[in-house]
Write a protein that binds this ligand. Structure first.
Ligand code: CA
Length: 187
């Protein structure tokens, strides 16, 4: 028998997710002029690379619709990287940079902002903005971090770098466009 609190929390979470799915459907999407070809025609991640300290920065395309974009860069605990990003991607009709956007987005009606606020704990990275560029090691959640809030990054484990647009797991189908991540190993 489980404690009532657990059941209540699960129901609350379900309600929050349902509310945001509804709200996102109501953000009517006119034809978003995003260049999606870069993602649609993108070949699979190439062979795994290792960056030497001080070597030329490497650029990686991160597509909004993909839940995990493999950067094909091997990283190890204790190394130091500088990551930066540029470009614009779209959550339905909402444009965003790699910083993402808050629930209090003026493009949303007030009632929609409230629903987005309620769903914040259900984002894949709850503490990062909606549509923030989040990266990490080999899909291990404890390694995830918001790129534009992290001037220098030291992996906490060995693995492969990957990234995604922060969203609800069930709401990737209306994502469009990409941002460009630049990865440079410092030490
Ligand atoms: Ca979405």
């Amino acid at each position: 028998m489980e404690p009532m609190g657990g059941a209540r929390m699960r129901i609350g979470r379900t309600v929050r997710v349902a509310a945001v799915v509804l709200a996102a459907c109501l953000v009517i999407s006119p034809a978003v002029a995003a260049d999606v070809a870069e993602c649609e025609n993108r070949p699979p991640a190439g062979p795994l690379r290792t960056l030497a300290p001080g070597s030329a920065p490497v650029k990686v395309i991160v597509c909004a619709q993909q839940k995990w974009n493999d950067a094909a860069i091997a990283v190890e605990s204790g190394q130091v990287y500088r990551l930066s990003a540029s470009g614009e991607w779209y959550d339905a009709a909402i444009p965003s940079g790699p910083d993402g956007y808050p629930s209090e987005n003026p493009r949303l009606a007030r009632w929609q902002q409230v629903l987005f606020q309620l769903a914040e704990p259900s984002r894949r990275a709850p503490d990062a903005n909606w549509f923030a560029l989040v990266c990490g090691v080999s899909e291990t959640e404890t390694s995830w971090f918001a790129v534009t809030r992290t001037p220098e990054w030291t992996p906490s484990m060995n693995g492969t770098l990957g990234c995604f647009a922060n969203d609800l797991t069930v709401k990737y189908s209306n994502n469009r466009g990409f941002v460009t991540l630049t990865v440079e190993r410092l030490r």
